[in-house]
Design a protein. Structure first.
Length: 284
């Protein structure tokens, strides 16, 4: 049993190397300006710093991933494995904070393709990567390159299993497939308001706040990039008249839905137990 666990842990080294390489390359591509316009303003590592530092911050993150990748490939020293585990643990914390404070932005884990709002799948992926990296600390001190060049069938199956788990936790795969199918970035794809409204009314956020609405039909609607906004007249939890503003993300099979309450002066109203609220910067 112990041998099997050790074999599985060692086999995750190539998986970690693939994820680090993909993350570094995609961030460099995005930071160099080869991505769609305005991409940095919607990605986690960039929105945390001023505008002029967004591209450098993305490149610094890519440089860190490259250093970890080189260390894992060239050496079996525990310092690189601990550093990788720490990197993914810190990434998990950052994504959690982004989900709380800026639910409208993507994680940026793989550059512009990671523009979908941070969800449980993205958090689950970094958690799994943290566990994988931690498991390699107690594995035999072999380099990632030597493992790749002498990989056995059991190693390959264990690595493939890790990749399947990570693929299931990666919303970027759906976004990439949508881009190939539509051949246009999310904000340029047409989507009828009726389709976005159907997504809204099928969501748990709608069902949780439907009782606050004074009317079942929106009084206003507009689109901003990958979001469609709907405004309904309603009452707050203290029976004061408010506008209930829903925001629907326009990409993915399970799109994010956010909500905010706004008073007559355009100021946000305390939403009480609301957790998936629209940040002030995203309100129209």
């Amino acid at each position: 049993m112990t041998w099997t666990l050790t074999m599985i842990a060692v086999a995750q080294l190539p998986v970690l190397c693939v994820l680090l390489a993909a993350g570094a390359l995609s961030k460099v591509w995005t930071a160099r300006g080869d991505a769609e316009p305005g991409a940095l303003g919607r990605l986690g590592p960039a929105v945390l710093v001023p505008d002029r530092l967004r591209a450098p911050a993305m490149l610094v993150c890519a440089a860190g991933e490259t250093a970890l990748l080189a260390g894992l490939l060239a050496s079996g020293h525990p310092v690189f494995r601990w550093a990788t585990a720490g990197f993914f643990a810190m990434s998990t914390y950052v994504l959690w904070e982004l989900r709380r404070q800026r639910p409208d932005v993507g994680c940026g884990c793989f550059g512009e393709v990671s523009a979908a709002p941070v969800g449980l799948r993205s958090l689950g992926r970094t958690t799994v990567l943290t566990a994988m990296a931690t498991g390699t600390v107690w594995a035999p001190p072999v380099s990632g390159w030597s493992l790749l060049t002498a990989m056995t069938w059991p190693d390959a199956l264990a690595a493939a299993g890790g990749l399947v788990v990570l693929a299931a936790l990666s919303p970027e795969i759906e976004e990439a497939a949508a881009r190939i199918r539509h051949r246009a970035p999310c904000e340029q794809r047409p989507m009828p308001p009726e389709q976005a409204l159907h997504r809204l009314r099928a969501s748990t956020v709608w069902r949780a706040h439907e009782r606050l609405l004074a009317s079942g039909e929106p009084v206003d609607s507009w689109r901003e990039l990958c979001w469609r906004f709907f405004v309904y007249p309603g009452c707050s939890r203290t029976d004061e008249p408010v506008d209930v503003v829903f925001a629907v993300y326009l990409s993915g099979r399970h799109p994010a839905v956010r909500v905010a309450l706004v008073d007559a002066a355009g100021q946000p109203v305390d939403a009480g137990t609301l957790t998936e609220s629209i940040p002030v910067s995203a309100r129209g």
